[in-house]
Design a protein around this ligand. Structure first.
Ligand code: SAH
Length: 234
């Protein structure tokens, strides 16, 4: 639990791995109303966050915390981002698009939660992970949902995934020194990248890159804290 985190509300305690969907629906509704208060406005994103059972992506010992505003360990030293961060990044990713984006590249599958949320919002999701253990865990976690539009790839996301390109959007849950050129190359014109990147010594910010017919525009947003983007597959 993060420092200063409050004990879990009684209704959330029902969110054990074995609990039925109805037991966790109200916990998700509480999470969604908190997201609204935190400034998430896109109804499509809020509906997707309401739909995806986050407790199925974390260890059963942690599932009672699944709907809290906290990041959680998912094994191999990695973490699943806070719901607030997931919602904020996806909201930025699809901002201003009235149609469902065609293809999204999700860098850092982790436990597969973000890929599942994205599957409700785009036509195809390509999600790439460099750690075999997590790639396999995500496959297991996602099996339950039978999401035919999520494609899991074991590979180095720093190279993007050229086979699925061009992407309407690229989103990363791990931050490197800079946004890799491969991502910009594989982005469609009119597409957007939302990712953490280093902006100074020990400083990481959320960065938005828009590829326009006139060139690439970068916007630096709030400071964030993501796990490092690393190269190679292990
Ligand atoms: N979106 C994930 C968050 C996982 S944390 C979820 O919903 O659970 C970020 C993940 O990025 C980690 O699993 C880490 O192994 C992975 N990662 C880091 N560098 C990577 C790279 N070059 N290619 C693919 N995955 C990478």
């Amino acid at each position: 639990m993060e420092p200063g985190a409050k004990p879990v509300a009684a209704k959330v305690v029902g969110a054990t791995a074995g609990a039925g969907a109805s037991d966790t629906r109200s916990a998700r509704a509480a999470m969604v109303s908190k997201l609204r208060k935190q400034g998430v406005e896109d109804e499509r994103v809020l509906a997707a966050m309401q739909a995806v059972e986050r407790h199925r992506f974390v260890d059963s010992a942690l599932s009672y915390q699944a709907y809290e505003d906290t990041s959680l360990p998912i094994g191999l030293g990695q973490t699943i981002s806070k719901p607030n961060v997931v919602a904020r990044m996806i909201e930025l990713l699809i901002q201003g698009r009235s149609e469902r984006p065609h293809r999204i590249l999700d860098i850092g599958t982790g436990c597969g939660y973000q890929a599942a949320v994205l599957s409700h919002l785009s036509q195809e999701v390509y999600s790439i992970e460099r750690l075999r253990g997590l790639h396999e865990k995500a496959r297991e976690n996602l099996r339950h949902f039978r999401l035919s539009n999520v494609h899991l790839i074991l590979g180095d996301g720093m190279q993007g995934f050229p086979k699925g390109a061009p992407y309407a959007g690229i989103i990363a849950a791990a931050g490197g020194e800079a946004i890799p050129d491969a991502w910009i190359e594989q982005l469609a014109v009119g597409g957007r990248i939302v990712a953490p990147a280093q902006t100074g010594p020990g400083r990481q910010n959320l960065v938005v890159i828009d590829k326009t017919p006139h060139g690439v525009k970068q916007t630096v947003l709030e400071a964030v804290l993501f796990v490092p983007l690393k190269s190679g597959v292990v």
